[in-house]
Write a protein that binds this ligand. Structure first.
Ligand code: RB5
Length: 153
């Protein structure tokens, strides 16, 4: 399994509080992360943070991204516009795990509002620990997405 070198983390105002908690958890776990903002609970626009994280993940090998907004959805929609990004919103361990195993997801979107931190920790841990299966059928499907991405204008 290729070791993750760094996790880029970003949030809007609705995800700010969870981002701070998650960074504490990463510190405890001695995980290397980089905080790309936002740095206060003041209202901001989620695409700015989604793009910042997604661009870095797309450029730097063996890195992953975590993006938090109110629901996780806006972040994922925005991040998926960046070439090479496969972003998913996960609200349970199973979808988090399978998004790595089958889809080789490289960005995880999390729900910052009305969601227990215990669950967040489980989702994040399983997502970061699960490798891509590398199975031929999954590679073939991901390659179809890549082909589309390369040819679409
Ligand atoms: C901000 O209020 C909210 O719309 C945003 O955090 C996010 O949930 C968007 O998808």
């Amino acid at each position: 399994m290729t070791k993750i070198k760094k996790v880029y983390i970003g949030a809007d105002h609705a995800g700010f509080e969870l981002k701070e908690k998650l960074m504490e958890y990463f510190k405890e776990k001695r995980m290397l992360y980089e905080d790309l903002g936002t740095h206060s609970p003041d209202s901001v626009d989620y695409p700015d943070y989604a793009m910042a994280v997604a661009r870095r993940v797309a450029k730097k090998k063996n890195t992953k991204g975590i993006l938090i907004c109110g629901t996780g959805t806006g972040m994922v929609i925005a991040a998926n516009k960046v070439k090479g990004i496969r972003a998913v919103a996960a609200y349970d361990k199973y979808s988090a795990k399978m998004s790595r195993n089958d889809n080789d997801a490289n960005v995880l979107g999390l729900r910052g509002r009305f969601f227990p931190f215990e669950k967040v920790k489980e989702i994040v841990s399983v997502w970061l620990a699960t490798p891509f299966s590398g199975e031929a059928r999954h590679k073939r499907r991901i390659n179809k997405i890549k082909q589309f991405e390369n040819n679409e204008r």
